[in-house]
Design a protein around this ligand. Sequence first.
Ligand code: BES
Ligand code: MN
Ligand code: ZN
Length: 492
Amino acid sequence: MNVRFASDRPTGAYALALPVRGDDLLTDRLASLPASDRTLVARAAESQRFERELGAVAETFVAEGDAVRRLILVGLGSSRDEAALWERVGGALTAKLLTSGETRLVVDLTGLDVSAADAARLAFAAAARSWRYDIYRTKQPKKQKPTLEEIVVVGAGEGAEGAWGDQQALLDGLSFTRELVTEPANIIYPETFVERCRKRMEPLGVEIEVLDEKRMAELGFGALLGVGQGSVRPPRLLVLKWNGGGEGGKPVALVGKGITFDTGGISIKPAAGMESMKWDMGGAGAVAGAMVALASRKARANIVAVCALAENMPDGNAQRPGDVVTSLSGQTIEVINTDAEGRLVLGDALTWVQREHKPEVIVDLATLTGAMVISLGHEYAGIFSNDDGLAGQLIAAGTETGDRLWRMPMGDAYDKLIESPIADMKNVGPREGGSITAAVFLQRFIESGVAWAHLDIAGMAWSDKAASLYDKGATGFGVALLDRFVAANFER
Ligand code: BES
Ligand code: MN
Ligand code: ZN
């Protein structure tokens, strides 16, 4: 989607959108139209039961010479400090127009006193909502194909163009995450995940390091390699480094669960819905997309991202329930359930990033537990942290971006539940509190003094229904959150 900002409406064909507040005089908003059209638009809105609710739209066609112009009224609601107000407006307009036949949308904000940042947010949402991945559809009817190509925002505050720069970077990151998450597991597996990232990020100046299975075996990644050993697609540890901060400053570490397909392994999952486990790399996808966003806007911070990539398959060589593996940390793990694989690959990735990069803080993202979805549904991701300050920073970034987080507890009582009779720990606790025992398992890999947060995004990486920033499918959850978290707390 092409985005432009202008001080006047362009000439030629376009759909015109006019936002209206609950208390605006409609005649004021329609002042630029001939009197007869004003009446027409007002009556048409009324007959569509348009009540200016936030994101509601009403449509009229008005004559313009011998052409016809589509005119859209979009509601702003009646509260001016509604969170994500302009995102809701931008998203609603794209949802309405994406496949409408219109190629250009002009949103006229003249007279509404909209800041440059809000105008950029509107454009961001409009563009984010238009994201699709249709490369595998060879027979899509023409009527279902997107037509909208350009959004022109008219009458925004001074500097909208500048504010847009960072939003464009974020959009690039978000799109990259959605692409990775949407791709099926025969296309994106550990090696191809690495290659996609290399192709996308090397031109941005991101430094890339890859540990293959041979190197990981030498170093002792027993937990991660155990998960991958049933697959013909070998695991990888992908490391992405962005050095936009000061020399030698301790980095922020981002760690992502990258299970490119999760069958459950020998503890195999039921067939129904198993296809959704192609997005079990959503944590790694979010971390990779965040790096695209950070590098694209040249963030002034040092960030190291680690994607723990493996495919969890049943096989003659797959690990068995009851196997004991030795993790990179040296701690041993009894693998009671091979479907609790995310914590195994993350444990080794956490150890590696602490040894190698001595990060100041670590944030991991993972589609870790079904229990998280039972707890919070699809509204919030769970956050588990050993540091109240860090948790607060992340929760604030979540509130500001709409990637909302809800704090969950940890503690010794939960930690006891993963004691094993044969090894240092087992990889599952009881059914109850399943997201929490997963989190305290990860905590066993965090060295003392390191601030760490774990985000369980199992309910958020994919959506079965559309919202203002996305259509059904991959949401890109976590990208905006991480970008904001870095911007607000770590940039010089
Ligand atoms: N990837 C799944 C968790 C998941 C489930 C994410 C549904 C998104 C939607 C994870 O690897 C898993 O299988 N977890 C098990 C853990 C259990 C065996 C302790 C689960 O949640 O059932
Ligand atoms: Mn699993
Ligand atoms: Zn999984």
